[in-house]
Structure formats: C-alpha cells, structure tokens
Design a protein around this ligand. Structure first.
Ligand code: SAH
Length: 325
C-alpha cells in the first residue's frame, strides 16, 4: 500500500467516501510534491521536453503579440505549472532576443519542481496561486497545467465517489459519466480577470476536446503507460481531457476575448515550426533526424498534433496572437 493510500483509507474511514475531485486533488498534490516526473526514465514527456522548438514557438507568438500591443516595458512573462522550466527558458530566449526585458513569474506548488525551475530560470518569482500574480500586463502560458487540475464526475446526476474496498480503492458507481471541473473553471476565470484588469494574453495548451460531451476521460500514467486510475494513489500522474468549450466560456464570463480552439500541429505550423526545424537541422546536421522526429511528434495528426489543442485568451484591448486565423 502506498503512503497516500494509507492516508486516504484513514480519511475515508473517518469521513466517508471521497469525491473524485478530492481524490484527484490529493493524488496530484502528493505526486508532484515528491518527484520530477518528466522524461524517458520518468512517467511522461511533455512537448517542451521533446524539443526546444516548442518553447521557441510559444516565445515567438508572445513576442509578436507584445510588440503589436505597443511593447509595454512593465509587462511580465508568467507561466502556470512550469515543470522543469524548459518551456520558460526556451520562450524567454526568443522574447529576450525581441527586446522583452520584463520580470518572470511562476505559479507552482511543488517544492521539487520549484527547485528544477530555479536551475532553468534563476531570476523567476514564485507564487502559490494565479490571483497572486502581479498586476501587470501578462504574457502568460500554461502547457499541460489545466489537465492536472481536479475534476468531478457524475453518473445519472449523482457525484461519483471513491471508497475503500478489499485490496484497494473502488468507485461507488458506474455508468455514463459527465465531467465538470469547477477548479479548472475557476483557474481560467482567474487568468481572464488578470488579463482584463491589466492587459495581456494567455496561451493555454493541453490535450482535450473542443466541444462538451459525456465520457470518462480520467486517466493515470506511470512509466509511459496507462494504468488503472485507482491503483497506487500518489505514485502515478492523474489527468483528464480539458473541455475547451468550458475554458472558452469561463474566460468570456470574466470579460476576456477568446480565439477559436485549434490543433497544436496546425498552430505550430502556422507559427513557422517547419522553417525552424530546417534551420536547426542545417546548423546541426548530425541531429537532423532527431529534429525531424520531434517535429513529427509535435505536429503529426496521429501524434500530438490534433489531440493537443491551443486556445488564446486576451484582454479586449490587446491584439489576438498569431497562429489562430
Ligand atoms: N508545463 C510543464 C509541466 C506540466 S506537468 C511541461 O509542459 O513540461 C503539471 C505542472 O503543473 C507541474 O509543474 C505541477 O507541479 C504543476 N501543478 C499541478 N497542479 C498545480 C496547482 N494546483 N497549482 C500550481 N501548480 C500545479
């Protein structure tokens, strides 16, 4: 039994079954607080860990938007759940080359990952919540952050819960599942409020669907394989598909402007990732096949190109970032 399972069983014995939301929140808080989960020897690999090109495209899109908004000096780069800080380091290289000299602000709860982020971006400032980000125009990005926030599941209108069972944990009901995520909606509203109040733009990148639909999308990954969701609590990464329709309406409710949701592949290609791949390959011919493989992984329709999606949220008086139309 994992240490977290022991704690959850005690909690269930005292308080009764836990909502899926409480379970997922507890599992991910423990999971991220106790390890760096990324890379070949870890549990999963994210886009910025596959290739520097990903962060460079994010940086180029933000730099262009910042320039078109009048290049405000007091704007800051902000990132939610920056992982190892790789995306920030790659994006900031491009932003700095474009004369952006603003501060860097991270929202991160894991002490282990804060240490890793400090290696990659030593001058960053850390925050516990989105609301604590500074009141400045923000060039904000979040990759695979929203998918880690807890969801609720409902079966026939009743919230699905997790209880103790012989040899493990079990769901209290099965059937057609409808998912909601008040925590995720709240995070998106918090981002949108900041942008509306102070200016700025957010690029939210994640796996998910463009339209709301019933279905069980909660999944567990460990060692690059799917695992049973309730197995080994706290030792595997729990995520769910992001409902981008809900993201868009939460942002609009808070007064922000949203772009259409588009595939990561289409977005990266419109931003010029193919030309970047060619120039990286010409500069390092011995790495050309790695660059080509990363390009295919990030943009290919059977790889990350379509399942992963991008939406931009911006202040009404800020320009729409490139790549969407
Ligand atoms: N963006 C990175 C990491 C994605 S993993 C990448 O693409 O590689 C999810 C990240 O979100 C981790 O850094 C994790 O510690 C952080 N995270 C998860 N839940 C969080 C929460 N509630 N508040 C702040 N950060 C959180």
């Amino acid at each position: 039994m994992t240490p977290l399972e022991r704690a959850l069983r005690e909690r269930i014995a005292a308080e009764g079954p836990l909502s899926v939301e409480t379970f997922m929140e507890a599992c991910n808080a423990y999971y991220y607080a106790t390890r760096d989960p990324f890379g070949a020897v870890g549990d999963f690999t994210t886009a910025p860990e596959m290739s520097q090109m990903f962060g460079e495209m994010v940086g180029a899109a933000l730099a262009d938007c910042w320039r078109r908004s009048g290049a405000p000096e007091y704007a800051a780069y902000a990132e939610l759940g920056p992982g190892r800080g790789t995306l920030a380091a790659d994006a900031l290289r491009v932003l700095r080359a474009g004369r952006f000299s603003g501060e860097v602000h991270f929202v991160e709860t894991s002490p282990v990952l804060r240490d890793a982020q400090k290696q990659a971006v030593p001058d960053a400032v850390w925050h516990e919540t989105i609301d604590n980000l500074p009141d400045r125009p923000l060039l904000l990005t979040a990759n695979e952050f929203l998918d880690a926030l807890p969801i609720r599941q409902h079966v026939a209108g009743t919230e699905r819960r997790v209880s103790g069972a012989a040899g493990g944990l079990a769901f209290d009901r099965d059937g057609e599942i409808v998912e909601t995520s008040p925590v995720r909606d709240g995070a998106v509203r918090a981002i949108a409020r900041k942008l509306v109040a102070n200016g700025g733009v957010a690029l939210l990148i994640d796996y998910g669907h463009s339209r709301s639909a019933p279905g069980d999308t909660l999944q567990a990954v460990r060692g690059h394989r799917f695992m049973p969701v309730l197995a080994d609590p706290g030792e595997q990464d729990l995520t769910s598909h992001v409902n981008f329709e809900a993201v868009a309406s939460s942002a609009q409710e808070a007064g922000a402007v949203v772009t259409p949701v588009i595939g990561q592949g289409e977005w990266l290609i419109r931003l010029g990732i193919e030309a970047r791949a060619q120039s990286l390959s010409r500069a390092n011919p011995d790495r050309a096949s790695d660059v080509q493989a990363a390009l295919e992984r990030l943009t290919g329709s059977t790889q990350m190109g379509e399942l992963f999606k991008v939406i931009a949220i911006h202040a009404p008086n800020w320009p729409t970032p490139g790549g969407f139309a």
